[in-house]
Design a protein around this ligand. Structure first.
Ligand code: MN
Ligand code: MN
Ligand code: MN
Length: 280
């Protein structure tokens, strides 16, 4: 099994990289990418744990991108984690993320939530705070029934604690991934609230920026959605990726490596990676 989209507690996942590797190993995953949000800080311990467990590790990151007022995710896969292009992209994204997190904390403080910043950092275990961390805090405080409710009432687009963020654009993100020797993959294309025409424009702009892959299988996708995404690959000449988007229980509906297989006519993104030869 292959899983090229998983999170650890270095972003909004619940497990350490070691625990993630153990969970993936139990599901018979042989090729695994750690793709935390806008950070590669977990990759060193992830690689070590994976190699110990007989799993081939793939360097990964899930980069937040701004496209026409939409927050879009791009996976960087199989890059050199020491490349200056990647390190400087991570620095810029960390800065943007921290600014956004502080602004969200301020907005929630103004609405009467106490000690937001201190508590959300404690909850995340680090300062690379994302919206799911704020959502968890709001649930803890009884201000929302669940994560979705917290987004609906406070954190989602147009709500009282929503802070539009000037993330990287496709050009900035894709060029950094490619310059560092990696592949840029448009993550979960069906997760964005876009019309079909807009979704095509999104993929076209991603391709124009140099993007080479599409996440055809992402989490619990249906066969017809998968076929739709395979069609995008054929039309835009993109390679296909596959991942569970595992965050740890109870947030994930899928375990690592338990997502569906790629449609047979897709060209897997890992076909061109030396270390992936022989792994299916
Ligand atoms: Mn996440
Ligand atoms: Mn995502
Ligand atoms: Mn993800």
């Amino acid at each position: 099994m292959i899983d090229l989209h998983c999170h650890s507690h270095f972003s909004d996942g619940l497990l350490s990289p070691l625990e993630l590797v153990q969970t993936a190993g139990a599901a018979n995953v042989k090729l695994l990418a750690l793709t935390d949000h806008d950070t590669i800080a977990g990759l060193a311990s992830f690689r070590e744990a994976a190699i110990d467990a007989g799993i081939v590790p793939v360097n990964g990151v899930e980069v937040s991108v701004r496209w026409k007022k939409h927050d879009i995710h791009v996976l960087g896969l199989n890059f050199d984690a020491e490349s200056p292009a990647m390190l400087s992209l991570m620095e810029r994204q960390t800065h943007r993320r921290t600014e956004r997190a502080r602004a969200i904390a301020e907005a929630l403080s103004r609405q009467g939530v106490p000690d937001v910043w201190e508590r959300v950092v404690a909850l995340a275990g680090h300062e690379r705070v994302g919206r799911p961390h704020f959502a968890a805090l709001l649930v803890q405080d009884g201000l929302a029934r669940d994560i979705q409710g917290a987004f609906r009432r406070f954190l989602g687009a147009g709500k009282s604690a929503n802070v539009p963020t000037e993330w990287a654009d496709f050009e900035e993100c894709v060029s950094a991934v490619v310059e560092s020797g990696g592949d840029a993959v448009l993550a979960h294309p069906l997760k964005y609230p876009l019309t079909r025409t807009k979704r095509q424009a999104l993929v076209q702009d991603f391709v124009d920026a140099g993007g080479g892959g599409l996440e055809v299988v992402s989490g619990p996708i249906t066969p017809s959605e998968m076929a739709d995404m395979a069609g995008f690959c054929a039309r835009f000449n993109l390679r296909a990726s596959s991942g569970s988007d595992f965050h740890g229980h109870p947030y994930s509906r899928l375990n690592p490596g338990t997502q569906r297989e790629l449609p047979v006519h897709c060209i897997p993104i890992w076909n061109q990676w030396d270390m992936a030869q022989g792994i299916t």
